[in-house]
Design a protein around this ligand. Structure first.
Ligand code: C2E
Ligand code: MG
Ligand code: MG
Length: 687
C-alpha cells in the first residue's frame, strides 16, 4: 500500500510537470503559428487587393464592366476570399462577386439564390469574428475612382489550427506517457526497490531474523542501507547481551533459574517423546553463610565461581548445570541410567564440592546436600520436578553432612503439613491459641528459686498441643515469629508485673528470642515493653541461640549492646549443639551460658559428658559467665552439675514447665516455705 502510494505520488507529480510544461509550450507554439498563418492570409489579401486596384482604373475609365466583373470573380475565386466588391466614390457597387461555396456564406444564403442582396449580406457578415475585411483605394492620377473591398475568411485557418492542436496533443500525450513510464521505471528500480528491500529486511529483523543487506550503490540509499546494517548489528549484539544477562548467572556464568527451568521443560518434552527418564539434582551448600561471614563475601563469590567451574568439568556434555541463586545449584541428567548410577553422580558431586578450594591463601572446604527427583515418576513438569528435588534436598539437610536424598511422596505430605501449619499459625494469635508456660530456674547448689524460663505453648483446636520445636522453625521461615515473639515478650512482662503487684517476688523471666526478631530491631521493642511494665534491671533475660550470632555481626552487636544498657540479661541457649565457637563468646558479651540437655543427660555416669561440662564451666567462668544446666531430671544429675560448678539448674527434677496460674501458686508455696524456714533460706544464701 505504502509502496504504491509513494510510486503513485511520484508519477502524479511527474505527469503534472510534464503536462504543464508541454501544454504551455504547445499553446505558445500554436498561437505563434496561428499568428503566422493569419499574417500570411492578410498578406495574400493585400497583394491581391493591390494588384486589382492597380489594374482596375483602366477598366473603370473605359467602363469595361465585363473586365471589372472578371477581376471581381478572379479575386473571389482565390483561397479564403469570401467576397470582392468594387465600390464607386458614392458608395455604389460597381461590381461584386460573392463566394457562395464559402462556409461563412453558405448558411446565410439559400441554395437557390444566385444573387444575394449585397447590403444585407455585408451587415450579416459584419459581426462575424472569422471575417477579415480589407479595403484598397483605386486611384488614377491622384483621383479616387473607387475602392475595392475584400472579405477574407479565417475558417480554413481555424480548422487547420484545430487539426494542428489535435495532432500536437496526441504527440505530447504520447511523449508524456513514454517519459512518465520511463521515469517511473527508473524511480522504481533505483528508489522503490531498495526501499522495499529495506522494509522487508526491517520486518525480518522484527521477527528476530537479523539479516544484512548488500550495499549496491554509493548514494543516499546506499548510506541508508549501511546505517540499517549497522543498526541490525547493534540490535543483534544488544539482544545477545540481554539474552545472556537474562539467562545466565552474572557470577558463575552458568545458566540461571530461568534458563534452567526452560531447559528442564525442553528436556522433559524430549524425554517424554523418547520414553526416557531424566534426573533433576538440587544441590545446596551447607553453611555457605559461615564462609561469607568469616571470610567475607568476595571470598564467598570466589568459592561459588570455583565450584561452578568444577561442576562443569565433572559433568557430561549433555548434562546441564545451573545456579539457581545464593548457594543453590541444579543439575539435569538426561538418560540418567539406574537409581544407583544417579546416586553415584550425586555422591561424586558432593565429593567435588568437598574438595578444598584455595582462597586468600587458605584451603576452604564446604559440603553440600543433594536432593534428587526423577522424571516421570516424581513429576511431569519442570515446576513439580524442581520443587520435589528441593523437598528431597531439605530432607538431605536434616541428615549428616554431604547427604543425598531421593524424593518420596512422603516428603510431599510433610510439605503439605508444613503449609497447613503456616496457615494455622496465621490464626493462632488472633484466636488465642497461644499461652505461656513457665519453668523454674534454681541455684544448682542449694536450690533457691531465681526465676523461670518462658516457654510458648500452642493448643491447636484439632491437633491438640504442638511442640514449639515443630512450629517455631516454621514461624521463623515465614516471619510470623516476629508477631508471635512480640506477643510472648509482652505477655511475659505483663505476667511479671501482675505477680509483683500481687505481692509475689517473681525473680527473673527468661524469654526465648529468635534470630529473625533481631533483624526487626528487637531492642526497640524490648525498650517499649520494659518502659510500659516498668521492669527493673535484671528482671528480664533474653535467651539466644548461636544461630543469631551468624547473622549481620554489626547489627547483632549493636542490638545486644543496647539490650545490656537497658539492664536486660543475655543468655546463650543450647550451648554445645551449634557451632560452640569460643570466638562468639569473646565477641559478644553474655551473662549466662545454658549447657544443652544432651550433655546433662549422660550424667552422672558418662565420663565424657562430665569432662565436657567441666571444660565448658571452666571456660565460661573464665569469661565471667554463669552456667545453667538444662534438662536436669535426676538427683544424681543435680548433684553432679553442682559438683562440676554449674551455677543454675533447670529441668523436670526441679519443676516441669507449668501454666501461669500453676506458676503463681508454685511461687506462693515457695514464699510460704521460705517464711516458715528462714534459716534454710539463710543457709541457701550463704552456700
Ligand atoms: P529451650 O529454650 O532450650 O527450652 C528448653 C526446652 O527443654 C523446653 O522445651 C523444655 O520443656 C524442655 N525441658 C526442660 N527441662 C527438661 C527436662 O528435664 N527434660 C527434658 N526432656 N526436657 C526438658 P519446649 O518447651 O518444648 O521448647 C523447645 C524449644 O522451643 C525451646 O528450647 C526454645 O528453643 C523454643 N521455644 C520455646 N518457646 C519459645 C518462644 O517463646 N520463642 C522462641 N523463639 N522459641 C521458643
Ligand atoms: Mg531457651
Ligand atoms: Mg535450651
Amino acid at each position: 500500500m505504502l509502496k504504491w502510494r509513494l510510486g503513485f505520488k511520484f508519477i502524479l507529480i511527474v505527469v503534472l510537470i510534464l503536462s504543464v510544461t508541454l501544454g504551455l509550450n504547445m499553446s505558445l507554439m500554436l498561437r505563434n503559428q496561428q499568428q503566422l498563418l493569419e499574417d500570411e492570409l492578410i498578406e495574400r489579401g493585400r497583394v491581391l487587393g493591390h494588384f486589382i486596384s492597380l489594374i482596375s482604373p483602366e477598366a473603370i475609365l473605359s467602363f469595361d464592366f465585363l473586365r471589372l466583373n472578371e477581376y471581381a470573380r478572379e479575386v473571389t475565386q482565390q483561397r479564403d476570399v469570401v467576397y470582392g466588391i468594387l465600390v464607386d466614390p458614392q458608395g455604389r457597387a460597381m461590381t461584386s462577386y460573392v463566394n457562395l461555396e464559402d462556409a461563412l456564406i453558405r448558411p446565410l444564403v439559400p441554395a437557390e439564390e444566385q444573387h444575394p442582396n449585397l447590403g444585407v449580406l455585408l451587415r450579416q457578415l459584419d459581426s462575424r469574428p472569422e471575417l477579415i475585411t480589407m479595403s484598397f483605394p483605386v486611384v488614377h492620377d491622384g483621383q479616387p475612382l473607387a475602392h475595392l473591398m475584400v472579405g477574407l475568411s479565417r475558417s480554413a485557418l481555424t480548422a487547420q489550427s484545430r487539426q494542428q492542436l489535435l495532432y500536437q496533443s496526441l504527440i505530447y500525450a504520447t511523449v508524456i506517457l513514454v517519459l512518465s513510464t520511463g521515469i517511473y521505471l527508473v524511480f522504481r528500480w533505483n528508489v522503490l526497490f531498495p526501499v522495499r528491500r529495506l522494509m522487508n529486511a526491517s520486518q525480518e529483523v522484527s521477527r528476530g531474523d537479523f539479516v544484512q543487506l548488500d550495499v549496491r550503490t554509493k548514494d543516499e540509499l546506499g548510506a541508508l542501507t549501511e546505517t540499517f546494517n549497522a543498526m541490525v548489528r547493534d540490535i543483534r549484539e544488544e539482544r545477545a547481551k540481554l539474552h545472556h544477562q537474562a539467562n545466565y548467572d552474572v557470577l558463575t556464568d552458568l545458566p540461571n533459574r530461568m534458563m534452567a527451568t526452560e531447559r528442564l521443560s525442553y528436556k522433559i518434552s524430549r524425554a517424554r517423546r523418547d520414553g526416557e527418564q531424566l534426573a533433576v539434582l538440587f544441590i545446596d551448600l551447607d553453611d555457605f553463610k559461615v564462609v561469607n561471614d568469616t571470610m567475607g563475601h568476595a571470598v564467598g563469590d570466589e568459592l561459588l565461581i570455583a565450584l561452578g567451574e568444577r561442576f562443569k568439568s565433572r559433568l557430561r556434555e549433555v548434562d546441564t548445570i545451573a545456579r539457581l541463586g545464593g548457594d543453590e545449584f541444579l543439575v539435569l541428567l538426561p538418560e540418567p541410567g539406574t537409581e544407583e548410577e544417579v546416586k553415584q553422580v550425586a555422591t561424586r558431586l558432593t565429593e567435588t564440592v568437598a574438595e578444598p578450594v584455595r582462597l586468600l591463601g587458605r584451603d576452604v572446604s564446604v559440603q553440600c546436600s543433594v536432593g534428587i527427583a526423577i522424571f516421570p515418576d516424581d513429576g511431569d513438569n519442570a515446576e513439580t520436578l524442581m520443587a520435589n528435588a528441593d523437598n528431597a534436598m531439605y530432607q538431605a539437610k536434616a541428615l549428616p553432612r554431604s547427604s543425598v536424598c531421593f524424593y518420596t511422596p512422603e516428603m510431599n505430605r510433610r510439605v503439605q503439613e508444613r503449609l497447613q501449619m503456616e496457615q494455622d499459625l496465621n490464626q493462632a494469635l488472633e484466636r488465642g491459641q497461644f499461652h505461656l508456660n513457665f519453668q523454674p530456674l534454681v541455684e544448682a547448689r542449694g536450690g533457691a528459686h531465681l526465676g523461670a524460663e518462658v516457654l510458648l505453648r500452642w493448643k491447636h483446636p484439632e491437633k491438640g498441643f504442638i511442640s514449639p520445636a515443630d512450629f517455631i522453625p516454621v514461624a521463623e521461615t515465614t516471619g510470623q515469629i516476629i508477631a508471635i515473639g512480640d506477643w510472648v515478650l509482652e505477655r511475659a512482662a505483663a505476667f511479671w508485673s501482675e505477680l509483683q503487684r500481687s505481692g509475689i517476688e517473681p525473680g527473673f523471666l527468661a524469654v526465648n528470642v529468635s534470630r529473625v526478631q533481631f533483624g526487626n530491631a528487637i531492642s526497640k521493642r524490648v525498650a517499649e515493653v520494659v518502659a510500659d511494665y516498668r521492669l527493673p534491671p535484671g528482671s528480664l533475660e533474653l535467651e539466644l541461640t548461636e544461630s543469631v550470632l551468624l547473622d549481620d555481626v554489626e547489627l547483632v552487636k549493636s542490638e545486644l549492646r543496647q539490650l545490656r544498657m537497658m539492664g536486660v540479661k543475655l543468655a546463650l541457649d543450647d550451648f554445645g549443639t551449634g557451632y560452640s565457637s569460643l570466638s562468639y563468646l569473646k565477641r559478644f558479651r553474655f551473662d549466662q551460658l545454658k549447657i544443652d540437655r544432651s550433655f546433662v543427660s549422660g550424667l552422672p555416669h558418662d565420663a565424657d559428658s562430665a569432662s565436657l561440662v567441666n571444660a565448658i564451666v571452666a571456660m565460661a567462668h573464665g569469661l565471667d559467665l554463669q552456667v545453667v544446666a538444662e534438662g536436669v531430671e535426676t538427683v544424681g544429675q543435680l548433684e553432679q552439675i553442682g559438683r562440676l560448678g554449674c551455677d543454675l539448674a533447670q529441668g523436670f527434677l526441679i519443676a516441669r514447665p507449668m501454666d501461669g496460674a500453676s506458676y503463681r501458686s508454685y511461687l506462693r508455696q515457695r514464699d510460704q516455705r521460705a517464711a516458715f524456714s528462714p534459716r534454710e533460706q539463710d543457709g541457701n544464701r550463704r552456700s
